[in-house]
Design a protein. Structure first.
Length: 225
C-alpha cells in the first residue's frame, strides 16, 4: 500500500507546539493553491472552466484580492459572472422565485480552492493512518502532538480504516490522546476563569493566560490569514 502524499510535512508539523498540526498543514496547502490561482493556473483552460463552474467563497476571494495580482482575480471573476448571468432569469411568480433562490444558493455555496484544499487534506488523513500502520515509531510522533482541532480529529477518525489491520489500535490511541488534551486545555480554561475571582488575584496565570484562544483553535480550527 503506497502513501497518498509525502510524509515529510506531516513529520515536520507534528513537531510544532500547537493545538492542531493539521491546521498548520492545511494553511500550507491552501497557500499553495492561492499562489497557483494568482499565477500560472489562471492561464490554463481547464482551470478557467473549473473557476467558471465553482467560483470562490467569500474567504478565498478576499485572500486572493488582498494580494498583488488583481488582474488575475478580475479575469477569473469575470469568467465566473458568465455562469451566474446565465442562471438569472425574470421571475414572475413565487414558485419561480423559490426555484431561482435555490439555484443562486447553490452557486454561492461552491469554491474551487475549498474543494482542492479538502481533496489534498483527505490524502493527508489517509497517509497519517498508513504511517501508523507502516512506521514503528510513528505512534510516538502522534503522541508528541497536543491533539487536533475537532474538525480534523473527526476527519482522522473518518479515514482511520487506512490503517488496515492496525485500525482498532489506531483509533483507540487517537481517541484517548484527543480526550487527554481536551481535558488538559479545559483545565487551563477553568484556571483562566478562576483567575478572575478576586480571591485569586495574586495567583499566576501561567499557560492559562492563552487558554481561551487555544480552546478556540481546538474547537473551531486555526483561522488562516
Amino acid at each position: 500500500m503506497a502513501y497518498h502524499i509525502d510524509t515529510g510535512l506531516i513529520k515536520d508539523k507534528f513537531k510544532v507546539d500547537c493545538e492542531c498540526p493539521l491546521c498548520e498543514i492545511q494553511s500550507i496547502v491552501e497557500e499553495q493553491f492561492l499562489h497557483e490561482f494568482l499565477n500560472d493556473a489562471v492561464m490554463e483552460e481547464n482551470t478557467r472552466l473549473k473557476v467558471n463552474r465553482l467560483g470562490f467563497c467569500n474567504e478565498h476571494f478576499n485572500k486572493l484580492f488582498v494580494r498583488q495580482n488583481k488582474l488575475s482575480v478580475a479575469l477569473q471573476i469575470s469568467t465566473r459572472v458568465d455562469t451566474i448571468q446565465a442562471k438569472l432569469s425574470e421571475v414572475k411568480n413565487f414558485k419561480q422565485a423559490v426555484k431561482q433562490a435555490k439555484e443562486l444558493e447553490s452557486l454561492a455555496s461552491t469554491c474551487i480552492i475549498c474543494n482542492l484544499t479538502e481533496e489534498s487534506m483527505i490524502k493527508y488523513y489517509k497517509t497519517i493512518a498508513q504511517m501508523y500502520l507502516r512506521e514503528n515509531s510513528f505512534y510516538k510522533t502522534l503522541l508528541g502532538t497536543k491533539g487536533f482541532c475537532m474538525k480534523h480529529y473527526a476527519e482522522l477518525l473518518k479515514y482511520s480504516n487506512y490503517a488496515g489491520p492496525a485500525t482498532k489500535e489506531y483509533v483507540s490511541l487517537l481517541s484517548a490522546h484527543q480526550k487527554r488534551h481536551l481535558e488538559r486545555l479545559q483545565k487551563e480554561l477553568k484556571e483562566f476563569c478562576d483567575k478572575h475571582d478576586y480571591r485569586n488575584a495574586l495567583k499566576p496565570l501561567g499557560n492559562s493566560e492563552t487558554a481561551l484562544p487555544r480552546m478556540g483553535i481546538k474547537l473551531y480550527g486555526k483561522k488562516t490569514d
